[in-house]
Design a protein around this ligand. Structure first.
Ligand code: PHE
Length: 344
């Protein structure tokens, strides 16, 4: 029996030495298995004590259990030491290079349409125009009626839109920014010089038409406004917008709310006039509709047509943005593909 107790003492001593000599977690586990794991030497002694007397069993068993407790405590302590050493070594290896540039967040930027619209407004701002807006859901009266387009007028077909039945009467998604002319003139006396950007809607969809698009309306009313004022203004606008002197062409046209009316073309910014795919070989690109405000419109807002004259124009923002950036499909602006948008 004393033999068994001596053996326990020896095992405890060996085990403790082996634990303190272990360098890694797996060394430690190996020592545990050998000395005090389920199949280790201490367990073997415990399972061999059944042949001893009750008295002896108590003493040997007590000694073995005590040895195991000490070994386990030593194991935990050494495990903590090894882990701490590993952590320090790992952190020492993961050095931070403070001279590396940081990872910058991608800053967003304005949509090319919003930017073009803001640029147009800012140019006219510098030319003495102030900014006005109006509702996108507009009364039939402002979108058509007061612009000299009665209910049965064929011009309504050119601007087919989305109609809504509302308790207060006919409402439409506005088809152009021209209703802002009426709203503005109802609320102020000449001289008027206003620029009015906004979203407009039409039942239209192909590579140059989107059911939702943007316009910038401009108009001026005073006692002696002439068509040459309009021409001078638009020439100056194009110079500021495209950064060069571009010849303008006024082509006779028709709008119910202007007389005379003209569509304005600029010399093709792509080919310079020699003819290309973008201008359909004509050398010219249409950018806006314009004209002298029809006296009938003045009748709707209570301006005296004998005393006042005015011009108005409405340009398509997408058109200008397409010319400016060489984009050939209007739908790209609204697909919100970040690969397209991040180019601007
Ligand atoms: N509102 C017209 C359109 O959308 C453009 C225009 C505006 C024409 C002002 C003349 C004067 O087609």
């Amino acid at each position: 029996m004393t033999e068994a107790i001596d053996r326990v003492g020896e095992l405890a001593g060996e085990g403790l030495r082996a634990l303190s000599g272990a360098k890694t977690e797996s060394d430690l586990l190996e020592v545990k298995g050998r000395y005090f794991g389920k199949k280790g030497a201490v367990s073997a002694i415990l399972s061999g004590i059944s042949s001893l007397s009750v008295e002896e069993r108590k003493r040997v068993g007590g000694a073995a259990n005590e040895a195991r407790t000490r070994l386990e405590a030593a194991f935990e302590a050494r495990l903590a030491e090894i882990r701490e050493k590993d952590r320090i070594a790992r952190e020492g290896a993961e050095t931070v290079d403070v001279t590396l540039p940081g990872r910058a967040l991608d800053a967003g930027h304005r949509h090319p349409i919003s930017r073009t619209m803001a640029d147009i407004v800012s140019i006219f701002g510098r030319l003495g125009f102030s900014v006005r807006g109006g509702p996108e859901i507009e009364k039939d009266y402002y979108n058509f009626e007061a612009l000299n387009i009665p209910k049965d007028h064929p011009a309504r077909d050119m601007q087919d839109t989305f109609y809504m039945d509302w308790p207060e009467g006919d409402l439409v998604l506005r088809t152009h920014t021209s209703p802002i002319q009426i709203r503005t003139m109802e609320g102020m006396r000449p001289p008027v010089r206003v620029i009015a950007p906004g979203t407009v809607y039409r039942c239209d969809s192909d590579i140059t038409h989107s059911p939702m698009f943007h316009q910038v309306e401009g108009f001026a009313v005073d006692t002696d406004v002439t068509m040459s004022d309009l021409k001078g203004l638009l020439t100056e606008f194009c110079r500021m917008m495209f950064g060069k002197d571009l010849p303008l062409r006024f082509r006779p046209s028709y709008f119910p709310f202007t007389e005379p009316s003209a569509e304005v073309d600029i010399r093709c910014v792509i080919c310079g006039g020699s003819g290309c795919r973008v201008c359909g070989n004509s050398g010219w690109l249409e950018i806006l509709g314009s004209g002298m405000i029809d006296p009938a419109v003045f009748g709707f807002v209570g301006y005296d047509p004998e005393r006042y004259t005015g011009f108005a124009f409405g340009m398509g923002v997408e058109r200008i943005a397409m010319l400016r950036h060489g984009v050939n499909d209007i739908r790209l602006f609204f697909e919100n593909d970040i690969r397209f948008l991040s180019q601007f």
